[in-house]
Write a protein that binds this ligand. Structure first.
Ligand SMILES: [Zn+2]
Length: 382
């Protein structure tokens, strides 16, 4: 007997046990009476059953992480739209697609992260052990995406109406919003297969990050990381960033060979605040609606009430007005630079000031970087 045969058998047995446990557990739900009157999920009208016995039991199937299970459910028939629905399953958010919520998460993950719905289906089959067609992955991913879009738009509407409230009772102590713009590859969306009119479109992303508070106000890292003071590496970084900028948009998004090494170099341990919770909003819409999305998410996360708050961006000319409108008084309120972009400008300034005098240029650059890294004294911030 091969190892694979043994592994397959062991998994089959435990999967069957998991399915049996789930079916047993779901069968206990039969006792839960949805009540005399339930609203039809399709037309919204009331459906009245005077006694629980009036509800017919139907066998339902559901695909789970451990395979397909079957269970009985009390069905209600809506007289108006002539559809059957299952109040308890609606409450358990089992939907009509026949997948458990955990499987839907996997399908959505593959559908959004793989290069195509076809690849997503293949990955789900091999890695997720879930046979599913590309079409099905597409339908489910697009439905969930649309629901997320509606949620986001409802949040923005509530924000504009002044009714959006923070979702946690206590505001975060340290909160930062990172803003950036990028490019995304799109094609004509006319429902037909194949690629027509491929083009690049602006995308905007806001990342909302909370951090643990530090017990004192001293700077945990007053000197810039050594890598920023290493001339050959800084020169290489500047060249790479210039290359990215000069590239045609079709190549701009390709990874720049070598650049990540600059960021992962080992440093003496610094007492950094821990990152706590991260959420994000992203859109293809222009700056104005994006600003409202960012503001709404900041409201929902309680960022406006945070003791310390900052907006970080790359100095793009759209960021300043957005920050002025939605985040006046925050640190970097005029549109903060991220350090790598700043560093490239400082390097260019220092070499321009001392052309042909490498040593003097290097000293000036080091002074500028250290000053920029330290920033204004903490007491002057906020
Ligand atoms: Zn109905």
């Amino acid at each position: 007997m091969t190892f694979t045969e043994r592994e397959d058998r062991a998994c089959e047995v435990t999967d069957a046990l998991a399915r049996w446990l789930l079916e047993e557990h779901l069968s206990l739900d039969d006792e839960a009476d949805p009540g005399v009157q339930v609203d039809c999920p399709i037309c919204g009208g009331p459906v009245r059953y005077d006694s629980p016995q009036q509800a017919e039991l139907e066998i339902r199937g559901l695909k789970t992480r451990r395979g397909k299970i079957e269970y009985e459910r009390a069905a209600r028939r809506c007289g108006r739209c002539r559809k059957v629905f299952f109040p308890l399953d609606d409450r358990l958010k089992l939907g009509t697609e026949g997948y458990s919520p955990r499987l839907l998460e996997k399908i959505e993950y593959a559908g959004t992260n793989e290069g195509s719905f076809g690849q997503a289906g293949a990955a789900l089959g091999v890695l997720g052990e879930l046979p599913i067609s590309a079409k099905h992955v597409q339908r489910i991913t697009e439905r969930l995406g649309e629901e997320r879009r509606q949620q986001r738009d409802a949040q923005v509407s509530a924000m504009k109406a002044g009714t959006l409230k923070p979702m946690y009772p206590h505001p975060p102590q340290v909160a930062a919003i990172h803003l950036d713009a990028g490019k995304i590859q799109l094609r004509e969306d006319d429902g037909q297969p194949g690629i027509r009119d491929p083009h690049w479109h602006d995308s905007k992303v806001g990342c909302f990050q909370t951090y643990s508070a530090r017990s004192d106000d001293t700077d945990p890292q007053p000197r810039p990381p050594a890598v920023f003071l290493n001339p050959p590496r800084v020169m290489r970084l500047c060249q790479q960033m210039a290359r990215v900028r000069s590239r045609s948009p079709t190549r701009a998004l390709q990874s720049v060979e070598g650049s990540p090494t600059l960021l992962v170099e080992e440093e003496a341990a610094v007492d950094r605040p821990a990152r706590l919770v991260r959420t994000a909003v992203a859109t293809l819409e222009p700056t104005e609606p994006f600003g409202w999305m960012v503001s709404a998410e900041a409201t929902r996360r309680g960022f406006y009430e945070a003791s310390k708050k900052a907006v970080v961006g790359d100095g793009g000319n759209w960021i300043g007005p957005l920050v002025e409108m939605h985040f006046p008084g925050w640190v970097s309120a005029t549109g903060g630079l991220d350090f790598l972009h700043l560093l490239v400008h400082l390097y260019a300034a220092a070499t321009a000031a001392y052309r042909g005098h490498a040593k003097a240029a290097r000293r000036l650059y080091e002074r500028l970087v250290c000053r920029a890294w330290a920033g204004p004294p903490l007491a002057e911030r906020n």
